[in-house]
Design a binder for this molecule. Structure first.
Ligand code: CP
Ligand code: NVA
Length: 307
């Protein structure tokens, strides 16, 4: 059954391939409309942020407003959450006011508690484990550039973080072959790999986790990277940069091992000279600005289906 009304989106694990397809189709349809249908009229969406954000905050605020709804930005430390009110109490109260909650948190477990204590849908705006909304935008970008998903090959090079976890699951569900190149000890979450492998058995996608970036990117349609130092990991910055650079930096040389028309993807924010060189992210194969724009289209698509 494809039905997203009222659903929590904590990760892509809960979504079937058909449901992902539905969100992407709705997002693409809304992207073409000059007049956006007012499907959120009279609805209020709480947007809770425990960490900084540019794209997630602005795309969701805009998506809610453009569809006739009212977004409320809530910074964790300006809520009573910051003074120790529990997440479950907060969830029970917000549940009486708003029609949906989007939250960006450090610990994925906090998001689970939020969802368990609120009847309204809860959307993950990034946790330590997953970033489902980002990957919906990335899949839409792949469709725009490559006209399909099934049978494409993508390489993720760098830190096996939240973005990598969700990318693995999203690709496995939609039939995109994915190779992850990471240093030992910096791989994706074993649970995410397990979910991806399970999904790949149905979709036919292949998954490989390797150490050598050149091996991962060989013959791929897209190369994806993200920061080597995610939010909350600032203390590990020096160790991480010396572990990842130069081997895992996406350079023109690395890009030349992919297919000639391969695109470069990055969830942003980018750190030029760390995970990617300037000539790649600002070069002709970079699709990062369309990818960022797609955060808005997929936020609209997702919200219109959930509410
Ligand atoms: N890609 C992404 O989630 O960006 P923000 O941290 O700016 O929201
Ligand atoms: N992996 C990054 C993604 C930011 C959008 C982080 O968690 O900081």
């Amino acid at each position: 059954m494809v039905g997203l009304k009222g659903r929590d989106i904590l990760s892509l694990v809960e979504l079937s391939a058909r449901e992902i397809d539905l969100i992407l189709k709705r997002s693409a349809m809304l992207a073409r409309r000059t007049r956006i249908p007012q499907q959120l009229k009279g609805k209020t969406v709480a947007l809770i942020f425990q960490k900084p954000s540019t794209r997630t905050r602005v795309s969701f605020e805009t998506a809610v407003a453009q569809q006739g709804g009212h977004p409320i930005y809530l910074s964790w430390n300006e809520m009573q959450l910051g003074r120790g009110e529990t997440i479950s109490d907060t969830a029970k109260v917000l549940n009486r006011y708003v029609n949906a909650i989007m939250a960006r948190v450090y610990s994925h477990d906090d998001l689970v508690v939020l969802a368990e204590n609120a009847e309204v849908p809860v959307i993950n705006g990034l946790s330590d484990k997953h970033h489902p909304c980002q990957i919906l935008a990335d899949l839409l970008t792949l469709i725009q550039y490559k006209k399909r998903l099934k049978g494409l090959k993508i390489a993720y090079v760098g830190d096996g973080n939240n973005v990598c976890n969700s990318l693995l699951i999203g690709c496995a569900k939609t039939g995109v072959d994915i190779a992850v190149a990471r240093p030992l000890g910096y791989g994706p979450d074993p649970e995410a790999i397990k979910h991806a492998e399970e999904a790949a058995r149905t979709s036919g996608a292949t998954i490989s986790i390797v150490e050598d970036p050149e091996e991962a990117v060989k013959g791929t349609d897209a190369i994806y990277t993200d920061t080597f130092v995610s939010m909350g990991m600032e203390k590990e910055k020096d160790t991480r940069l010396s572990t990842f650079i130069p081997k895992y930096q996406v350079t023109r040389r690395l890009l030349s091992h992919a297919k000639p028309g391969a695109i470069f993807l990055h969830c942003l924010p980018a750190h030029r000279g760390e995970e990617v060189t300037e000539d790649v992210i600002d070069g002709p194969q970079s699709a990062v600005w369309d990818e960022a724009e797609n955060r808005l289209h997929t936020a609209r698509g997702l919200l219109s289906l959930i509410l």
